[in-house]
Design a protein around this ligand. Structure first.
Ligand code: ZN
Length: 150
């Protein structure tokens, strides 16, 4: 894609996350886990989450492969949700997916996303929306999975 079309600062943040991903690796044990892929681009995310008994994300890690956007997004997402409560993390995932399809949210919601807010402008690149949202879908699906079983 035209990463070069992105604002320079955004591009730098994305490339930095892709080169030095946060929370990349495997957890010894996870309360929630999911593998999702984006067939249109070949991106794969294997996400593991450990919730403590307060439903707070104590640990989060991912492994995966794919394009720069998908891997940077996973790094940004895990960095943003680590230490957050399950409901907060789900709210962040909603903010991200809404923004990715062009629905606005208040600035405070965007600030809560940390570095991930640079990718919320991805709807300017329709072909890459799935790459950017894959990690957030994985988060949502993984966290909601267990509540379905309760
Ligand atoms: Zn991709």
């Amino acid at each position: 894609m035209g990463l070069e079309k992105l604002n320079n600062l955004y591009r730098e943040v994305i490339l930095d996350h892709a080169a030095n991903p946060h929370n990349k690796g495997k957890l010894a044990a996870a309360t929630h886990q999911i593998i999702l892929n984006n067939p249109t681009c070949g991106d794969v995310i294997n996400l593991q989450i450990n919730l403590d008994d307060q439903e707070r994300i104590k640990e989060v890690a991912f492994t995966g492969e794919g394009c720069t956007i998908s891997q940077a997004s996973a790094s940004m997402m895990t960095a943003a949700v680590k230490g957050k409560k399950k409901e907060e993390a789900l709210k962040m995932a909603k903010t991200f997916s809404d923004m990715a399809i062009g629905k606005d949210h208040p600035q405070a919601d965007l600030d809560a996303l940390g570095d991930a807010q640079v990718l919320t402008s991805i709807m300017e690149f329709p072909a890459r929306i799935k790459c950017a949202t894959l990690a957030w879908w994985a988060l949502q699906r993984a966290l909601l999975q267990e509540s379905d079983e309760d």
